[in-house]
Unconditional design. Sequence first.
Lengths: 231, 231
Amino acid sequence: METILPKFDSVFSIDCVIFGFDEGELKILLIERNVEPFKDWWALPGYLVEENESLDHAAERILYELTGLRDIFMDQFYTFGDVDRHPQGRVVTVAYYAMLRLNGPKELKPVTTYAKNAVWYPINDLPKLAFDHSKIFERGFLKIRNKITYQPIAFELLPEKFTLTQLQHLYEVILNKSLDKRNFRKKMLNYGILKELDEKQKGVSYRAAKLYKFDRRKYAKLFQKELTFGK
Amino acid sequence: METILPKFDSVFSIDCVIFGFDEGELKILLIERNVEPFKDWWALPGYLVEENESLDHAAERILYELTGLRDIFMDQFYTFGDVDRHPQGRVVTVAYYAMLRLNGPKELKPVTTYAKNAVWYPINDLPKLAFDHSKIFERGFLKIRNKITYQPIAFELLPEKFTLTQLQHLYEVILNKSLDKRNFRKKMLNYGILKELDEKQKGVSYRAAKLYKFDRRKYAKLFQKELTFGK
DNA sequence: AATATAAGGTGTATTTTCTACACTAAGTAG
DNA sequence: CTACTTAGTGTAGAAAATACACCTTATATT
């Protein structure tokens, strides 16, 4: 690096793949763009990083501006930097994913005007996306699919109290295959990160299932230690 | 994103954590900086991305300029974007790691003049590094330590022909623990990605060990399929 | 030639984890 | 009280992980 940094017109952005689970479907949050380029196209929520904010801060801010949500577990997963990925110049984008608990689909109100709309879209029925956002989504989806095989991150997507069947459905949707009920339960309960509640499902027209909660404390203990290789 | 991209003075860089294995030690490649800031400090090899090159291309180019090596398996692992990580302006850096086979430590000749020197440093004895490079190294090291537990990437670091003991030592150095010889061999041979050669070690003053090669074809088959969760 | 040295190379029993698989129990709706 | 729907449970076999110790082979030394 030279004593004076050579510069060219360039800028960073953040794009977010925000997963939600609703009515048995895995969804992501899309916005309908209100400005060129790709006006009227669907796109991942994303925006430019400001001069005086870190990437992580920008990711939080953008998610907040789009959803009103804070303190969401977000993770950077890849940076996309092809020369021509943005038609108006050199924009390198850092992609984050987040998993959100949907408490109802009402509350999506973009604060900014560059989006007309923010909508949850089932991942099996996505429209064509602006820029290279389809690629970014694919990679983000791959990321959570891999991650969930060794770390039970899925609970971020569920309501606070959930049944084992709901949890299993979520796994099945993410992994795109069906799982054995007994083995699944055994495995999940063996992790020791589920707290059985003294409460049952309500409002169902069949036998109500027991409700569980995730025990974040135990979860953190279990999964922040390094993976081992054996002796 | 507005119709015209707002810009501020900013630039991207690549930093590389390049692992090598030599004389039983895990090492990384450092350069001695020849320019401000951090003149005379040790740093990870890294440089600015050019206007018309992708991140991956920049990573390859920079590694080539520093080592003369091409076609090295490189992987992007994290992007560092704290506001003040570079004293001269806003520089977001995309970090890559690579694992290199050292055929002898001679051939390190920086092509550029911004480095005085390029040297292999044992990771247990690293100097203070420029910028946030210590943090970048730590994260890169963590990455390969995690990765090696589920994917035998270590062979990139070994000479083409190697003994099982050499392979085990490498694992032990990366994981920082000792492994059981019999179990290690069983596991490695079970992967089915080692080709036993009709050849033995030479020049050792004890019983010579059999030499093995990695079978890249089988390796690719085995580890490019998705991880599974069971039925 | 004999011996010392240093690493190479091998098997088995135990435990743990993974997998496959099917029926009864409980609650609701009519 | 019956039908329906989902909840909830156990076991046996296979596969993978772990713990553990001795003989073999090549070289170097006397």
